[in-house]
Design a protein around this ligand. Sequence first.
Ligand SMILES: C[S@@+](CC[C@H](N)C(=O)[O-])C[C@H]1O[C@@H](n2cnc3c(N)ncnc32)[C@H](O)[C@@H]1O
Length: 348
Amino acid sequence: MTVTWKDYLSAHKGDAETYRECCLRFREAFEQQRTNITRVFEAKSPKVIACLGAGVLNDIPYDLFVRSGAKVHLVDWMPSSIEAGIGLSIIDVDENGCPRCVYCDPSVECPEAYCRHYRRQKSSDTAVCDEYKQAPSDPPRCAAFARGDEPDVRYEDVTGGYASEFGHRVSQTLRGVRTWKQAFVEISDLAQRVKSHRTPLSIDDDSVDLVTSSMVVSQLDEEPYDYFSYRAGELLGRPKQREESRLLPSMEALRSILLANQVERHCEEIKRILAPDGVCYMSFEMFHFNPEAGQWFVVAGMSKALAIIGRWFNFNFDIIAPNETLATFDRGKAPSLVGSFVLEPKAA
Ligand SMILES: C[S@@+](CC[C@H](N)C(=O)[O-])C[C@H]1O[C@@H](n2cnc3c(N)ncnc32)[C@H](O)[C@@H]1O
């Protein structure tokens, strides 16, 4: 049975339990990202925010955004990730172990817009509404939570449709291909042809004061390349070791084209939706540590990515100072160094 691009993306989708585990394991590692975004938020007081690659909100100071009353767009292409992330981000416990809900905070003007089950508290002693039901889980969750019209949640492609269109066309392009060499030729050609395809995010031009793209560029190196290699493997079998070494330059060239084209289109979309005086917070892994070699090395494609970003944006080092730009990120494997930048759109 052929796994389509859509099936493939959905296969990444966890059930609620997988997302909960993801939050528990990684939220701490993303702490620096939340701190950085908080600083940009405090410096700019944005009224409209778009978080691209929001996923399960591990890196988003979502409570802060809600309390500020800003209009929030959350975008990812992983089905149901954002709903799970919201559910895991709105409840915490105070110093006495009592639950608090961000949406039930008196500073939130219209809680009903965020939770369809919200009922005003009869007693002012609690920080949750009368519908609150503790779910038996960690992090704490309200079992009665039902997402309302806010925030705006979108399952869309943050590369303006480039990555999805490539993914959709992989199977068809591989039809009739007999060797890995041929597969790389055809797919590299596809990676260029797809540049003419555009599916913009459904967020208006010039409408956003703060865009966040935290650790998204790091992932553009993986998908949709991995889908191509998965589909080609299904069709042609794994290449033998000798053939694999011969294919290495083609593989690196394809990865590099795909990454560059996605970064280009990601920047284009960010620039399109940003208000002229808006800013983008962008972070991605720039160096990886190789414990065996005891060496740091530049992540493939990232110097090119930085050059592309520099064509679309000016770098603002006032909010995140140069000496704070690089920070260690460790999800328990080998550490990496993440570059975090505040970007201002260049005048057209
Ligand atoms: C490394 S994660 C960032 C952390 C994430 N916010 C979290 O809470 O775990 C990158 C996110 O970008 C999303 N992503 C990657 N490429 C994308 C694309 N082309 N369109 C939309 N989302 C994308 C992934 O699904 C993932 O959720």
